[in-house]
Design a protein. Structure first.
Length: 238
């Protein structure tokens, strides 16, 4: 005798053999967004975030983000990177830490304060950050008195004169606050020139905040052994 399954039975069978639900898409990732390596809020540090400096692709096709290593110097390579949110439920993975500069205590640390993130394959990269549109890379050297701007998740876009230049760093009078670390430093409205380090007294007589130059970061990445980030091309979207 043929049995006819009820609608309820059919629904139960369909649920039992259904494919697992796909994980949520990574979504849009840009310069200037807040990121963290903490899956849950840190009660000892309510501002447990930094700012993403640049996004792009490398010669191997990896999607890459660049920011400041002093934000995560206690975290190992391979640690998950999350989009920062005030609640744990809002913190979704966007990638992982790949490798970093040889960061140490100031002032030597100023010259290698960078970290490379390998972003998720489904991340949608855009030039349009919360406060800045970054579409290119600045010239190798910017003279003093050039106007430079920075974007940071805490204090937004601020601008000022470049007061000093070294082979690895710029100093600039733009205001920087906690949480802005790693965010983009840019010139000519859209050219990525470096990432925010922060205010420093490590160089007496040189006023302003210090930034690690983009050309120094990219040179370090090219000289390293890890292929992620080599041949970095900054995202340029409409």
């Amino acid at each position: 005798m043929k049995r006819i399954a009820t609608a309820a039975t059919a629904a139960l069978l369909a649920a039992a053999f259904a494919a697992p639900a796909a994980s949520a898409a990574t979504g849009v990732v840009s310069n200037g967004i807040a990121w963290t390596t903490h899956a849950t809020p840190d009660p000892d540090n309510p501002n447990d975030y930094c700012t993403l400096g640049a996004v792009g692709t490398d010669s191997s096709g990896n999607k890459v983000g660049i920011s400041a290593v002093h934000c995560i110097w206690r975290e190992p390579d391979g640690a998950t990177v999350y989009r920062w949110a005030r609640t744990a439920a809002g913190r979704t993975p966007i990638g992982r830490l790949s490798h970093r500069g040889d960061y140490s205590t100031p002032p030597s640390g100023f010259t290698a304060d960078w970290v490379v993130m390998q972003l998720n394959d489904d991340a949608v990269l855009t030039s349009n950050g919360p406060g800045a549109r970054i579409t290119g890379i600045a010239p190798a050297t910017l003279p003093s008195a050039t106007i430079g701007c920075k974007d940071g998740i805490t204090s937004g876009v601020t601008c000022g004169l470049i007061t000093a230049v070294s082979t690895a760093n710029y100093w600039n009078l733009a205001y920087v606050a906690a949480g802005d670390s790693g965010g983009p430093f840019f010139v000519n409205d859209h050219d990525w020139a470096g990432i925010n380090f922060g205010w420093t007294t490590g160089f007496p007589g040189v006023p302003g905040a210090v930034y690690v130059r983009a050309t120094k970061i990219l040179s370090d990445i090219e000289a390293g052994t890890n292929p992620v980030g080599k041949g970095f091309r900054i995202t340029n979207t409409p």
